[in-house]
Structures are given as structure tokens and as C-alpha cells.
Design a binder for this molecule. Structure first.
Ligand code: HEC
Length: 322
């Protein structure tokens, strides 16, 4: 009994030193043959065997069985790399337990020796241990039952409508606009025809390019912090927001929206969104407070020009219905 106690104390010290001092040294970032966790583990096991032999401790069989079992657990939890999922850990530990049991029950003597302390606890020879075991058992079972029965309320999944139905009208700078037939004034030509073309650097379309450039100035003064200087939603502030700023290059944003929708979104920002779009979580500012109506239209023009997308229109049959 005494020797087992000594063995336990030494084990605690050795494992403590190994785990907290040597383990970090043996697990460097890069892989190396000498300094790695498997070598470390081997040395740990060898030293446990060594000090038991050298000090002739011969701890009790139950102790040895327990240490062998825990060594396996330690290996699978801390040493084995990459870490295994818990289902696999349980499978491994079951096999390891069988192995440990074979070691314990290799012949009748060892098994009797292993059983002895357990029997003594149950029959009351180890009185104190018996009291502890028999009070803790029901408590543990009770606690486990309680834990499994207690109702758990998971956080509800947040379903966010990214592109909600826009309102019929919106009021920007004192003027009410019907979103149904609202068009970007900088895209409509003298004959009031809606320009669906993209003149890019067409020399004849200097006026169009002038508006695009002005829109670009607005963008790089106000929007690129969030929407990114390549309009891909990766601006320097974008990483702190959830939902993240829209990626205009993505076919799922402005490419499938009408300019009137953008006009509403840019003017009213996050606060202008209906409830199903969780207005409280959107960082998009209501730009009507900082930009003129003209600037809003121009920045929209710029976003389409830069990304090369066509705004969705109702004019041709390919885009009927929204
Ligand atoms: C503080 C960061 C921030 C700034 C600055 C910002 N936005 Fe946004 N914007 C967002 C976020 C976040 C979203 C996505 C959430 C949402 O839909 O409200 C968004 C969404 C949008 C959308 C909707 C896209 C879609 O697919 O529905 C448009 C259009 C838009 N922004 C345009 C602009 C314009 C134009 C500017 C500059 C005048 C600008 N944003 C500046 C954060 C920002």
C-alpha cells in the first residue's frame, strides 16, 4: 500500500514535469525526427517503467492496470496527430480497454491481485473508500441523468432575407420616387431611352464617362472602406461586419438587381431594411444623409460600369418579373 502511494506521488510529479515542461519543447512547429511528440511519449513511458524498476516499487496490480489504461488515453488525446474525432477516440479506447484487461487477466494470480482492492472496497474492508464510492456513485448517476433531461434551448437560426421586396415608393431628400418605373437619370439618353449599353471608354460617350468618374470619386470617398477597392466586398473594415458588405462582383448582388432597388438600398442603408432583413445587424449606412440624390445615382452608375454587370431591367422579355 505504501509503495503504491510512493509510486502515485512520483507518477504525478513525473507526468506533471513531462506534460508542462517537456511536452512543449518536444512539439516544435516544424517536424523533426528527434524532437517530436512520439519520441516524447516513448521517453515518458520508459521513464515511468524505469523509476518503478529502479526503486523496486512494484505497485499494486490495480494501479498498474489504471496507469496502462490512462497512458492509452493520454496517447490518443494529446500525442496522436492529427487529433482524432471523439467517436474514433471511443473506438480506440474500447480496444485499448480490452488490451488492458487482457494484461490484467493474463493469469489467475494477477487477476486476483487486481480484483483485491475492488473487493475490499465493496465488502467494507476499506471503510473510508467504501463510503466515498457509495455516496459519489448515486450522485454522479443523478447528475448525469439531470444533465441529459434538462431542456436546452438552442439559439434560433437567423433567417435573413438578403434582397427583400422593396417598398412601392421611397422618399429621398423630400422627393417621393415610385420605384416601379424609376430609372437612373444618368443612363437615360436625350430621347428618354433607357441606355442598356456599356460604352466603357467609347470616345463618343464622354458625358457618360464623366458621370462614371464622378461616381467613382464618390465610391472611393465613401464606400471602398467596406465594399473594397475592387468592389469585391473585402474593404478594410469588412471583416468586422456580419452580414459582410455586399460583393458587387458576385453575380448574386447588383447583377440581379434593378437600379431603382439600389437607389433605395443606398439611400436608406441598413436602417431602411424591413424586419425580415434584420436591419439591426446591417452596417450599411443610409447614404441620403451624406450624399446628394445625384451622387447616389452616379455611384450606382459607377458600380455597374466597374463590374461590367447590366442592371436588371423590365424593358426586355428576358427579365420579366422580379
Ligand atoms: C460601414 C460599411 C459600409 C459602407 C461604408 C458602405 N456599405 Fe454598402 N453595405 C454594407 C453592408 C454590411 C451591406 C450588406 C448588408 C445589407 O444588405 O444591408 C451593404 C450592402 C450594400 C448594397 C446592397 C447590395 C445588395 O446585394 O443588396 C448596396 C447597393 C451598397 N451596400 C452600396 C453602397 C454604396 C454605394 C456605398 C457608398 C456610398 C456603401 N454601400 C458604403 C456596408 C457598407
Amino acid at each position: 500500500m505504501n509503495k503504491t502511494l510512493v509510486a502515485t506521488i512520483i507518477l504525478a510529479v513525473v507526468v506533471g514535469v513531462f506534460h508542462y515542461v517537456l511536452f512543449p519543447i518536444f512539439t516544435p512547429k516544424g517536424f523533426s525526427w528527434v524532437l517530436n511528440q512520439y519520441v516524447y511519449f516513448l521517453i515518458l513511458v520508459l521513464s515511468i517503467v524505469a523509476y518503478n524498476l529502479i526503486l523496486k516499487l512494484k505497485p499494486a496490480m490495480a494501479w498498474r492496470g489504471g496507469v496502462v489504461w490512462l497512458t492509452g488515453l493520454y496517447f490518443y488525446k494529446f500525442i496522436l496527430y492529427p487529433p482524432v474525432p471523439w467517436t474514433l477516440l471511443i473506438t480506440y479506447m474500447m480496444l485499448w480497454s480490452i488490451g488492458t484487461f487482457l494484461y490484467i487477466s493474463q493469469d489467475e494470480d494477477t487477476f486476483r491481485e487486481f480484483r483485491a482492492p475492488l473487493v475490499k472496497v465493496v465488502t467494507g474492508e476499506y471503510k473510508f473508500a467504501r463510503i466515498i464510492v457509495f455516496t459519489l456513485m448515486p450522485l454522479l448517476v443523478g447528475f448525469a441523468t439531470y444533465q441529459s433531461l434538462i431542456p436546452k434551448f438552442a439559439e434560433p437560426v437567423e433567417l435573413r432575407t438578403v434582397h427583400p421586396a422593396p417598398p412601392a415608393t421611397t422618399k429621398v431628400h423630400g422627393k417621393t420616387y415610385g420605384l416601379e418605373d424609376l430609372q437612373n437619370p444618368y443612363r437615360v439618353d436625350e430621347q428618354d431611352n433607357y441606355k442598356d449599353s456599356f460604352p466603357f471608354l467609347d470616345a463618343d460617350k464622354q458625358e457618360y464617362m464623366k458621370f462614371v468618374t464622378e461616381g467613382g470619386t464618390v465610391f472611393f470617398q465613401n464606400c471602398h472602406y467596406c465594399h473594397g477597392d475592387q468592389l469585391n466586398g473585402l474593404g478594410m473594415f469588412s471583416h468586422v461586419f456580419n452580414p459582410t458588405p455586399a460583393n458587387f462582383v458576385d453575380p448574386g448582388t447588383i447583377a440581379m438587381l434593378r437600379e431603382s432597388f439600389l437607389f433605395w438600398r443606398v439611400s436608406k442603408g441598413g436602417p431602411g431594411l424591413p424586419n425580415e432583413s434584420t436591419p439591426w445587424s446591417s452596417a450599411m449606412p443610409p447614404w441620403e444623409e451624406h450624399l446628394t440624390t445625384e451622387q447616389i445615382w452616379k455611384v450606382i452608375l459607377f458600380e455597374y460600369w466597374y463590374t461590367g454587370w447590366h442592371p436588371r431591367t423590365f424593358d426586355d422579355e428576358s427579365s420579366v418579373g422580379e
